[in-house]
Structure formats: structure tokens, C-alpha cells
Design a protein around this ligand. Structure first.
Ligand SMILES: Cc1ncc(COP(=O)(O)O)c(C=O)c1O
Length: 362
């Protein structure tokens, strides 16, 4: 294809317009031939300088991993430590920012959904905490495991930089990531010392289509993303959020029933802080590996292992993106069959409870 003119340029325009709708922003999105780690780098390098202080909000693995990336770029990283079973505490954030009376913290980094813990952070509420502290730090939000799964409203919630990846709620192969920059982030960009040629927003704003990707466009991934956008907008973004909410509720219902035997529970304590894209199950005194092998090798469905602090101590059921009730019920039934086969203590009827939840809801 011509990478300077014609249909590929139109594909880029469709993708950028779709991203604005997904992020709920009127501001400029950028497309990177990179995974989520690349988007983390892009957000930081375009807005910050070596030695800047950033505050990372912990609620699982990924906020702190973003902080680790920031450290290697020469940023001074501080962490508001948190518990993996709870969302970030807005009051603690407000207090931390109030202590920074000289406003030397330049950015606050948080994930909306942490894929390792299943925590959902209330971004709107965290924005209010930053405002209550009267702090000017840039608010940067990773929506890698939430965009296209749960409501996100960049402009309405006052998010300065939002980023995501192609491979989760957006249903594409891995390899693309997306960053949207609000006006305060653009302002910081002007004097950001960490800017690099590949990530640079100004270069990507250049007049030639080739500039948008700082080189050859990742055209096959763009075709996939364009197709995914069509699926999402044909179904309706709000309907997509609703589908995720129902499937997540059914999953949690099944786990609550299984857990009555005392051998497992959902990692996140507060039902209101559980995300709709993945459910993390903590196992009490049993190894999840044989269960995962059973579902994968015998039933043909891969369930995730736990990662980070609780590695090997449970399993994760992903219910994001291209997922239907049939796929979810098949997954839950495979898990319950595995419990039965392997003698893992559980109360029977988790799948029946999930079915009842769905029947009532639709
Ligand atoms: C919330 C979140 N942020 C960041 C990442 C890192 O993305 P990637 O693996 O594409 O680099 C992941 C990956 O699972 C994630 O779930």
C-alpha cells in the first residue's frame, strides 16, 4: 500500500476518530507500534524531564511497574503504597499531595484497572482528590485493561494523559498502543526534557502521514484495529460496557458460590471496587497449576495464573473484549469441571448461579 496517500491515510483517520470516541476526548490521540510498555514510555517522555518527581498509586502490579519504567528513565519515583485487595484511597492521595506544598510532584500515575489484582480505581474520584489538594500535577491514567470494557471519560474526568493497548478490551493482536494528550500535557510537552524522536508528539504532528508513526505504519494492525472499532461501535460503546458488567457479575456470582466451601475468594474485597474485565481468584491452600492445566489441555480454555505478589496462589478469569455469554459460561463450566475432577473443595452450582444471573439481567 501507499504509505503516504490514499486508503491507508483514511484508515489512520478512522482509527484516530475512533480513539477519540473510545477515550471520550476531543484531544489528540497518538498511535504507536508498541505494546503497553511503549505507551508508558510515550506518556512520560513527552511530558517530563530527568529528575522530575512522580507519584505512583499502587493497587496491584501495573501501577508500580509503570513506576519502575519511570525510574529507568531518570524520574524520581515515589509510591503511595496500597493493598492489592483494595482500590487507591482518594483521601490518602489528597493527603500526599497536600504535603507537597512546593508542587514538585509533576505527575500522578495510576491504572484504572489492575489486571493482576482485578481492582477498579475510581478515576473521577481520584481527580477530585487532586483538585481538593489544589495540586497541579499531571494526571496520567493507564486504561490498558479497561478501555472498551468499563466507562472512561478523559475530558469529563480531567485526565491529562490517557493510554491503552490494542490487545485487551480492543480485541486486536498485541502491538499497537494509544496515548491521548490533553491541553495541560501539551503545555508540559513544550519543555519536556525526556522527549525522544520515536515517541515525540510534535514530530508525529508533522504534515506527512509517515510522521504519524515516525516511520512505516504498522498497517496490518491498523486494519485489525479498524475492524475492532467497527465491532465496538456497531454494538454501541455503552452496550459494550453493559455486556462486560453482566458477564463480570455472572463470573463473580459463580465464584461466590464455589467459595462457600472456604477454598477460594475474589481478591478484591469491596464489590464496588471489582473491575468488569478480569476476576482474580485467591486460592486457600491449594495449587492452581493443575486446574489451569486441566482447563487448557482437556477443555481447551486458557485461564490466567496469578501474577506478581500472589504468583501461583490462584487463577484469573479474563472476561474482556470479544467475549459472549456462551464463551463465559463455557469457561466457568470448564473451571467447575476441573474442581470436580481434581477434588478441589467448592460448593457446587457456580455455573448455575451465573446462568441465573444472566437470565435475570437480559
Ligand atoms: C493494566 C496494564 N498496564 C500495562 C500493561 C503492560 O502492557 P504490555 O504487556 O502490552 O506492555 C498491562 C499488561 O497486561 C496491563 O494489564
Amino acid at each position: 500500500m501507499d504509505i503516504y496517500d490514499g486508503p491507508l491515510v483514511q484508515t489512520t483517520e478512522t482509527c484516530l476518530a475512533g480513539l477519540k470516541k473510545l477515550f471520550r476526548t476531543s484531544h489528540q490521540p497518538y498511535i504507536y507500534a508498541a505494546n503497553g510498555h511503549g505507551a508508558w514510555d510515550a506518556a512520560l517522555s513527552n511530558t517530563l524531564s530527568v529528575g522530575d518527581r512522580v507519584l505512583v498509586l499502587e493497587s496491584g502490579l501495573f501501577g508500580t511497574a509503570w513506576g519502575e519504567a519511570a525510574k529507568t528513565m531518570g524520574l524520581h519515583v515515589e509510591t503511595l503504597t496500597g493493598d492489592w485487595s483494595k482500590p487507591v484511597d482518594p483521601d490518602a492521595l489528597e493527603e500526599a499531595l497536600q504535603k507537597d506544598s512546593s508542587h514538585s510532584i509533576k505527575a500522578v500515575l495510576v491504572v484504572q484497572v489492575d489486571t493482576a489484582s482485578g481492582v477498579w480505581n475510581d478515576i473521577e474520584r481520584l481527580r477530585r482528590a487532586i483538585d481538593a489538594a489544589g495540586h497541579p500535577a499531571l494526571f496520567m491514567v493507564d486504561t490498558i485493561a479497561s478501555l472498551g470494557c468499563m466507562p472512561f471519560k478523559m475530558d469529563e474526568w480531567g485526565v491529562d494523559v490517557a493510554l491503552t493497548g490494542s490487545q485487551k478490551g480492543l480485541m486486536c493482536p498485541p502491538g499497537l498502543s494509544f496515548v491521548a494528550a490533553g491541553p495541560r500535557a501539551r503545555e508540559a510537552h513544550v519543555s519536556a526534557g525526556l522527549r525522544s524522536n520515536y515517541m515525540d508528539w510534535t514530530f508525529r504532528d508533522g504534515p506527512v502521514h509517515y510522521h504519524k508513526y515516525c516511520g512505516t505504519p504498522p498497517e496490518h494492525l491498523l486494519f485489525a484495529f479498524k475492524a475492532a472499532l467497527e465491532l465496538i461501535f456497531d454494538e454501541g460503546l455503552e452496550q459494550v460496557w453493559h455486556r462486560h458488567a453482566l458477564l463480570a457479575k455472572a463470573t463473580r456470582q459463580a465464584i461466590d458460590v464455589w467459595g462457600r466451601a472456604g477454598a477460594m475468594h475474589i481478591m478484591v474485597e469491596d464489590p464496588a471496587a471489582r473491575c468488569n474485565s478480569v476476576t482474580v481468584v485467591k486460592a486457600t491452600d491449594w495449587e492452581a497449576a493443575p486446574l489451569r492445566e486441566f482447563t487448557q489441555n482437556i477443555c481447551g480454555v486458557t485461564i490466567g495464573g496469578t501474577i506478581g505478589d500472589g504468583v501461583g496462589e490462584g487463577f484469573r478469569i479474563g472476561h474482556m473484549g470479544h467475549v459472549s455469554a456462551a464463551m463465559l459460561l463455557g469457561t466457568l463450566a470448564s473451571v467447575e469441571t476441573g474442581f470436580e475432577k481434581l477434588g478441589i473443595p467448592h460448593e457446587k452450582g457456580g455455573v448455575t448461579a451465573a446462568m441465573a444471573t444472566l437470565a435475570k439481567a437480559v
